[in-house]
Design a binder for this molecule. Structure first.
Ligand SMILES: [Zn+2]
Length: 467
């Protein structure tokens, strides 16, 4: 029995899919206005693990992760840079796709672009107007939060009349809580601010509309899980739900929200200047280590990012990389059935709202037992179980190296494998230095140098290797 924490109810409940044997998931993807930072990418990593697990348990998964390629934030960047909106959104869509791939996130079933669903959005506005839940004002069409009685129900704020969507400020709105479904074009430059045709005049959709339209297109009127970062709960998710339910669609049966990545307690974001870019971190560390740092805490726990975060992940991964480098296994032997091929405790942990930290503790215990087992048959079987579990979490260094190899040149492939191995040595060297065991640290360095690997020590303690 799969238990999930439905954040709309604030409690755990059983996941009962709308269609038996199939789980439909909509995850709000990125607004592509800048390079991805680790706060952006966390929910994709968390959902990658959720999807892998649900699929492993025999469900057919339809997983949608959209790309918001039309949004006022993107248009403003285009205007500032004297560029076109499509140039900005293409550039950063690619950056996000690269980051997802680098961190081992499997492709979603579909990755729809908002700009390709203008017709569906116009149809939805028409339906909302016909239902009497929207009105046409001088500068756009607004959702009428007074006419829709359940507004605020998702975030438990039905009585809060002061709620307002700050990004949708307009003097023509009837109520501060009302939000734009369509914004009439007022800007001169269509290069930066697109103007799409609609029955009500040229303009562009409000942000929230796209997810309602795309979820309906790919998952139907009712689907199982809607996900996103915690910051999207209000107003974005509240507004999505209001739009969809106002026309009689069932919309999401459960909501899963991933917690923030913070630095010194503040949410990571570009505007705060503390957004650590994925590409910068990957210059210094391997994608597996970053994936582990973002994916190993429970998805509902806040990750406080600090200088030691990468080092902590490296240390926590060392038992896993050690096990993998010492073990030879055949992928063909892995049994796909949940009950047979993974440990019962691992299964229980994942079934209980995807408790990755607990599932990992099972793996560490198994790795310890593995080296103590004398019976080779038992040992081989346990080895396969551990590999299967690592694959479910996406923490298998081999799978990681392989998936990178598929998209890279032969040189990059070799580099990746070397990086995993050399990083092991460098971590041991750091530990030896910390313990003031300089003879050991020096011996490790000598070993690498004699193999033709040059080590550069940076002033911040970082070690860069080159051949
Ligand atoms: Zn959304």
């Amino acid at each position: 029995m799969q238990i999930i924490y439905n954040s709309a109810l604030g409690k755990k409940q059983e996941l009962i899919p709308a269609r038996s044997g199939q789980v439909s998931i909509y995850l709000c993807g990125p607004t592509v206005q800048s390079d991805p930072h680790i706060g952006h990418i966390r929910s994709a990593v968390a959902f990658d693990i959720i999807v892998r697990w649900l699929e492993f348990c025999g469900n057919k998964i339809i997983y949608i992760r959209n790309i918001t390629d039309i949004n006022d934030k993107i248009f403003q960047v285009a205007q500032q840079k004297k560029s076109s909106w499509w140039e900005i959104s293409s550039k950063y869509s690619n950056a996000f796709r690269d980051a997802y791939k680098a961190l081992g996130c499997l492709d979603p079933s579909y990755e729809p672009l908002a700009s390709a669903h203008i017709n569906q959005m116009i149809d939805l506005i028409d339906k909302i107007l016909q239902a009497g839940k929207a009105y046409i004002a001088k500068d756009g069409i607004y959702f009428d939060t007074v006419a829709y009685k359940d507004y605020g129900i998702l975030t438990n704020q039905t009585n809060d009349k002061g709620l307002a969507d700050e990004e949708d400020f307009s003097e023509y709105k009837k109520n501060p809580r009302d939000f734009a479904l369509w914004k009439f074009s007022a800007e001169a430059s269509q290069k930066a601010f697109p103007a799409f045709s609609s029955p009500w005049g040229e303009g562009r959709p409000g942000w929230h509309l796209e997810c309602s339209a795309m979820a309906k297109t790919y998952l139907g009127e009712t689907f199982d899980i809607h996900g996103g970062g915690l910051d999207l709960r209000f107003p974005h998710h509240e507004n999505e739900q209001a739009q969809s339910k106002s026309v009689g669609w069932g919309f999401a049966k459960s909501w899963l929200h991933t917690a923030w990545v913070t630095q010194k307690g503040a949410k990571m974001s570009k505007s705060l200047g503390n957004g650590l870019l994925v590409k910068d971190i990957l210059q210094k560390t391997s994608p597996l280590v970053l994936r582990f740092a973002l994916g190993s805490p429970h998805y509902r726990s806040q990750i406080e990012w600090e200088e030691k975060s990468i080092e902590n992940s490296q240390n926590a991964l060392s038992a896993i990389t050690g096990f993998v480098s010492n073990y030879n296994f055949s992928k063909n032997n892995i049994n796909k059935s949940c009950k047979v091929s993974v440990d019962e405790e691992f299964c229980e942990a994942m079934n209980d709202d995807f408790n990755v930290p607990l599932a990992l503790s099972v793996i560490y215990k198994q790795i310890k037992n593995f080296s103590n087992l004398e019976n080779k048959t038992y040992q081989n079987k346990l080895g396969q179980i551990i590999f299967t579990e690592l694959n479910i979490l996406g923490f298998n260094p081999l799978e990681f190296a392989n998936s990178k190899n598929n998209q890279s040149s032969a040189d990059k492939k070799t580099h990746k494998i070397l990086d995993i191995l050399i990083t092991e040595y460098l971590n041991k060297r750091s530990e030896a230095k910390k313990d003031k065991n300089f003879a050991k640290a020096d011996a490790i360095r000598q070993k690498l140098v004699s193999a033709g690997i040059f080590i550069e020590d940076k002033s911040n303690g970082e070690q860069i290797w080159k051949i």
